[in-house]
Design a protein around this ligand. Structure first.
Ligand SMILES: [Zn+2]
Ligand SMILES: [Zn+2]
Length: 530
């Protein structure tokens, strides 16, 4: 789930689809995000003919800057996706170096040996596309993220006719979004949110704050519609939200009249019941606006009683704790908080089981490969394919890095390519190794013990009792049995050590602590020669 990237290869030509990031799980300490391992592509730089970005969500665009540092291939994207990419690339100062070609849904492009049809799909962001990728080996349909919404916010349904046309041409393989494969039925239309927002706007006595992803442009439109109806002005808070709304309005994907929009500063000086503010932080991110508001640490404003705060998104798996923590803190500050579990203020942008089956019927693929999802979701998606009559041997449930080869009407699993996590934290890409991650885990779970050991520079023997400093391990109790035992252990190992004083003492301390406490704090021995 996340860091989406697919490489289609024919002969010596590679077509990339998406370059996304993945948000870290709770136990990945200090990591900002994770990007795909592209070492396979770096070795074949010259072969990469193009990069198609299916839509503007971070899990499909978030690694683009890192990918472009290694590969100079043109990007293909629809107008809105392009606009959002440009905002992102400009922020990182790399926009000038990139060639982006705009493709509208319904158009096709020849990229190397690939003839690509871009077809419109509904999702929680406008201007998303799926792809029909044709080459001499056969036609592949790649859905990207999609749902079959008959009443989408922008009145632009998925291009069913194109899917049927693919069927007539003969689909060799279908690769489809598996995110919601465990959900029965049909994903509700985005329209159901309108009613929920209508109620929120009708009932709210004071300010309304609506938190969602900065790229959920459709949600901005819905909030704008409700604001118009209920006579509130609308403000955007946060750089990415402001930038994305601006570009989406310029390109005509977000239709909000000028007199509806006010700046955050203006909004904060208006009567509470005259404003709605959209901000980021629906995933409980501590540095987001909502995260700061929940802790009372935002520079400009505070949550107050009478505020109505809506979290219009679904917690990404792994984020639940921080989302619910944020909700609790906002409530403590007196806000009325409305979230997915108590009102339909969010619907999924991904197809459920009945839509998945319809997609298979529309395209009638010979082979099926579930994509976008964890293994359990891929398996469930494969099960649906079986139910509608695609033979199990024609379905491939594959893990990241597993390549699949199509040859003479047959499918087989081919080589595995590197597909591990590449961690990005504040300091850079890939310099957070597994060893660093292991240290961070150790520190967070077991704590730290520092031993200051003073050695006599003339005799090379301990000069005085060692000092211990601990963090997150145990409170220091100078006279306790444990600390006395530890002191003796340090002294004796220092006496005996020859050549590897620091390592030997560290080992002795670790062993002793583990034996006595069953804990393994990180141990650092600091030798002072005196
Ligand atoms: Zn998406
Ligand atoms: Zn996605």
């Amino acid at each position: 789930m996340g860091k989406n990237m697919m490489a289609y290869e024919f002969g010596e030509n590679i077509l990339l689809v998406d370059a996304g990031l993945m948000f870290p799980e709770n136990d990945m300490l200090g990591i900002d995000y994770i990007i795909p391992d592209i070492s396979y592509l770096i070795q074949r730089r010259k072969q990469v003919k193009g990069i198609i970005i299916t839509h503007g969500h971070e899990d499909h665009t978030g690694a683009i800057r890192h990918v472009l540092e290694e590969l100079q291939a043109p990007i293909y994207a629809t107008p809105l996706t392009r606009g959002l990419l440009e905002v992102k690339l400009a922020r990182n100062g790399v926009l000038q170096k990139v060639h982006i070609e705009t493709v509208k849904a319904g158009e096709s492009r020849k990229i190397g040996p690939f003839n690509v049809d871009f077809f419109h799909v509904c999702h929680s962001i406008p201007d998303g596309v799926g792809l029909g990728i044709d080459c001499p080996a056969g036609l592949v349909v790649h859905t990207g993220d999609y749902k079959f919404d008959h009443t989408p916010v922008d009145n632009w349904p998925t291009d069913y006719a194109k899917l049927a046309e693919f069927q007539r041409r003969g689909v060799m393989a279908l690769l489809a979004d598996s995110t919601n494969s465990e959900r029965k039925g049909w994903t509700p239309s985005e329209r159901v949110i309108d009613d929920a927002f209508d109620k929120v706007f009708r009932d709210a006595p004071g300010r309304i704050l609506i938190a969602t992803f900065a790229s959920l442009i459709s949600r901005m439109q819905q909030v704008g519609n409700a604001a118009l109806k209920h006579n509130r002005k609308m403000a955007f808070a946060g750089v990415s939200m402001v930038d994305n709304a601006k570009i989406a309005r310029e390109l005509g994907y977000l239709k909000l009249p000028d007199n509806l929009i006010v700046s955050l500063d203006e909004a904060l000086h208006m009567k509470d019941r005259d404003v709605v503010i959209m901000c980021t932080g629906s995933q409980g991110e501590p540095t987001s606006i909502l995260g700061r508001l929940s802790r009372g640490s935002h520079r400009i404003f505070d949550v107050k009683s009478g505020d109505t705060i809506v979290l219009s998104s679904h917690p990404i798996p792994g984020n639940e704790e921080s989302v619910y923590g944020t909700i609790n803190r906002l409530m403590e500050r007196g806000a009325n908080v409305i979230y997915e579990a108590i009102a339909p203020v969010h619907v999924s942008g991904h197809a459920s089981q009945e839509e998945m089956k319809l997609l298979m019927h529309l395209t009638q693929p010979k082979f099926f490969i579930p994509i976008h999802g964890e293994l359990r979701q891929l398996k469930q998606h494969a099960q649906l394919a079986k139910e509608i009559g695609i033979p199990a041997e024609n379905t491939a449930v594959i893990l990241n890095g597993q390549s699949v080869e199509f040859n003479n009407g047959r499918m087989r699993l081919a080589d595995k390519v590197p597909a591990s996590y590449v961690y990005v934290d504040g300091s850079g890409v890939g310099d957070v190794s597994d060893a660093v991650m292991h240290d961070r885990e150790l520190l967070s779970e077991e704590g730290l013990m520092i031993v200051n050991l003073t050695m006599d520079k003339n005799t090379d023997r301990p000069k005085k009792d060692p000092e211990f400093i601990t963090r997150g391990f145990i409170a220091q109790q100078g006279g306790s049995e444990l600390m006395n035992g530890l002191k003796n252990r340090v002294m004796s190992s220092a006496e005996k050590a020859n050549g590897h004083l620091q390592k030997d003492v560290e080992q002795a301390v670790s062993n002793y602590l583990y034996r006595e406490t069953r804990r393994k704090p990180m141990v650092l021995v600091n030798i002072i020669k005196n």
